[in-house]
Every structure is written in structure tokens, then in C-alpha cells.
Design a protein around this ligand. Structure first.
Ligand SMILES: [Zn+2]
Length: 111
């Protein structure tokens, strides 16, 4: 719930800064290892927007597949979990370079 509220807060602050009458859409990028339950987030987002500039705004979510870079051979590969081994050399230590976070990509407002 707090995550949805944070997103709504950022969105409404942006909307206010742009003197928007209404926020129409919030676009997010969510990494597959970000630990975000999309359905729960969507549900909470709707509740969190009630009575704000973002009430009724659509939430668009783009999934980002997590990616890692092998610390040994430098191969880039997609991962399903934090514990995936490098497919090339089997090295278990890979640096996760993408897919760990949630980002707000854009906020669409009505002037
Ligand atoms: Zn490797």
C-alpha cells in the first residue's frame, strides 16, 4: 500500500508543479525482481488516488525482465532469480544490472 501511495504522491506533486487539472495516466517500469505484486499495486493505486489529482488515472505497467552480467566472463543474460548461474561459464556470481527496481517513466496530465 505504501508503494502505491508513494507513486501517487510523486505523480500529484508533478501534476501540481505543472498546474495540471488532472492526471490521466501514470506509466511505470517494474523489474521482474523488484518484488512488486502488480495486481496488488494496481488495486492499491486506485484506492490511493481517491480524492487526489490522480483520481481515475490509468496505471500503465511495463515489465522489465531482469538482466545480469557475469562477473567472470562478462556475459549478459536474463535471469529468473537472484541465484541464476552464468549460462556461459557457470559462474554463480553475477551482478544484476537491470530488473531490480520500479521507476516512474511518465506522467500524463490534463492542462
Ligand atoms: Zn560467465
Amino acid at each position: 500500500m505504501s508503494l502505491a501511495m508513494n507513486i501517487v504522491e510523486i505523480a500529484t506533486q508533478n501534476g501540481l508543479a505543472e498546474n495540471a487539472g488532472k492526471i490521466n495516466m501514470v506509466e511505470l517500469e517494474i523489474g521482474s525482481l523488484a518484488g512488486v505484486m502488480v495486481e496488488a499495486l494496481t488495486f492499491c493505486f486506485e484506492a490511493a488516488t481517491k480524492g487526489t489529482l490522480a483520481e481515475g488515472a490509468a496505471l500503465q505497467i511495463n515489465d522489465v525482465q531482469a538482466k545480469a552480467k557475469c562477473t567472470k566472463c562478462g556475459t549478459l543474460f536474463f535471469i529468473q532469480s537472484h541465484f541464476d548461474d552464468c549460462p556461459d561459464c557457470g559462474n554463480p556470481a553475477a551482478e544484476i544490472i537491470q530488473g531490480m527496481d520500479l521507476k516512474i517513466i511518465s506522467i500524463t496530465v490534463d492542462e
